[in-house]
Design a protein around this ligand. Structure first.
Ligand SMILES: [Zn+2]
Ligand SMILES: [Zn+2]
Length: 217
């Protein structure tokens, strides 16, 4: 009912729930469902399975089943970008800096709001003069992404570990089903992080389609 009110009357979750409770004071919803409706609101009152917030939610749900995580639903994984059949459109491709193997696309990056930088790391608080200027963005040194197909063997049956390049085994980053802290201070759960300095960003030109394709003008 609340979801219906949100969608048809274009109300926020709070307002729709309040309206419902005005009509039916004994109406009470559990926390999990409340959370889902807020997610629904952030997706513009439709279920967008390709949005970062949805992917993050789905990953978190899977993590609740840990440690029985012996196999993972395939839809949890982004398609390996080396699969040529996939259209790249105007996405950015990220490659291993060492061997150039394609690792993931920009659509796999699960953005997070930056934490309050050094302040979030209470144990290494900086002197006031070293504090970043108010309003300046803390730097995230990693990309937090959804799992990609090539990671699957590394992720199963263990709680955390390293993420290595599937071709040259260069260390790219790490993962932890219980979460990791970004350099900006924000906790991401679960976390699949790739250090920005281990990958190169490749902008794909929509006209050329694929970078490796030869185009005759
Ligand atoms: Zn590599
Ligand atoms: Zn961050």
């Amino acid at each position: 009912m609340t979801a219906f009110l949100m969608k048809t009357d274009q109300l926020t979750f709070e307002k729709a729930y309040e309206n419902l409770q005005t009509m039916k004071p004994e109406a009470k919803m559990n926390e999990g469902f409340e959370w889902q409706l807020k997610l629904y609101q952030s997706m513009g009152c439709k279920v967008d399975t390709s949005s970062a917030v949805y992917k993050q939610y789905r990953l978190r749900k899977v993590t609740e089943k840990y440690p029985e995580l012996q196999n993972l639903p395939q839809e949890l994984f982004a398609v390996d970008p080396t699969m040529v059949s996939q259209e790249l459109k105007d996405e950015v491709l990220y490659k291993c800096r060492k061997c150039r193997r394609s690792l993931f696309r920009s659509s796999s990056i699960l953005d997070h709001n930056e934490g309050s930088g050094p302040i979030a790391f209470a144990h290494k608080r900086l002197a006031p003069c070293l504090m970043p200027v108010m309003g300046s963005r803390a730097q995230c040194t990693s990309y937090f992404i959804e799992p990609v197909q090539w990671m699957e063997p590394a992720l199963l049956g263990v709680m955390d570990g390293q993420l290595l390049c599937p071709k040259c085994s260069a260390k790219l980053g790490s993962f932890n089903w219980y979460g990791e802290q970004c350099s900006c201070g924000r906790w991401i759960t679960p976390a699949f992080q790739v250090h920005k300095n281990r990958v190169d960003e490749m902008k794909m030109l929509p006209v050329l389609g694929s970078q490796t394709k030869n185009v005759n003008f």
